[in-house]
Design a protein around this ligand. Structure first.
Ligand code: ADP
Length: 189
């Protein structure tokens, strides 16, 4: 988890490569479904176009289906999911049915000032200060209950997202090593 501009996508790509696990990005899955104009893709399309969250029933079913693909057997990194308490509970059910559970929740922490600076550097027309502030606010509103939910289970690793890509990646690896499991899974794989 991390606000827009936290470097979540970059770190996710590095981590899945490092661990040899599957990258499960609901944004990517949804965009592909839209491109292919599947039933779910057609339903999702109008929400995405309006900048709204896609209804959870659609997203949860897509995640569940994606988990059937063989590359997921080595482990998964969820990116962009869950985004609500309802999705988190659905995910618990999906994983429990498969006899597994989350190992960790990585929270990339970057100050509002730094995120605003990074998004402004990207220079997109829609990334003016006011719009950025609104995106950060809606992110906080979305994530706080989720973080509380995972904190209560001791799953959250908060990572300092400032500095270079390499520095942040080192911190992520160190957090996972402290927790154990990730490296063992990599060796087993
Ligand atoms: P963003 O960070 O801009 O939301 P994403 O690539 O994560 O980008 O997602 C793109 C769009 O896909 C979102 O705006 C939303 O409409 C939809 N989406 C992605 N993940 C979810 C999710 N877990 N629940 C509901 N909608 C989602």
């Amino acid at each position: 988890m991390g606000p827009p501009g936290a470097g979540k996508g970059t770190q996710a790509r590095r981590l899945v490569q490092h661990l040899g696990i599957a990258h499960l990005s609901t944004g990517d899955i949804l965009r592909q479904a839209v491109r292919e104009q599947t039933d779910a893709g057609r339903m999702a399309q109008r929400y995405m176009a309006g900048g709204q969250l896609v209804p959870s029933t659609i997203v949860v079913e897509m995640v569940d289906e994606r988990l059937n693909q063989p590359d997921c057997a080595a482990g998964i990194l969820l990116d962009g999911f869950p985004r609500s308490l309802g999705q988190a509970q659905a995910l618990d059910g999906i994983l429990a049915r498969r006899g597994t559970a989350l190992d960790a929740v990585l929270e990339l922490q970057v100050s509002d000032a730094e995120v605003t600076r990074r998004l402004t550097l990207r220079g997109r027309e829609d990334d003016r200060d006011r719009v950025i502030a609104r995106r950060l606010e809606s992110y906080q509103g979305e994530m706080r209950p989720l973080l509380d939910y995972y904190h209560a289970r001791g799953l959250v690793e908060t990572i300092d997202g400032s500095g270079s890509e390499d520095q942040v990646f080192d911190r992520i690896q160190a957090a996972l090593e402290r927790r154990g499991g990730a490296e063992e899974r990599k060796r087993a794989w």
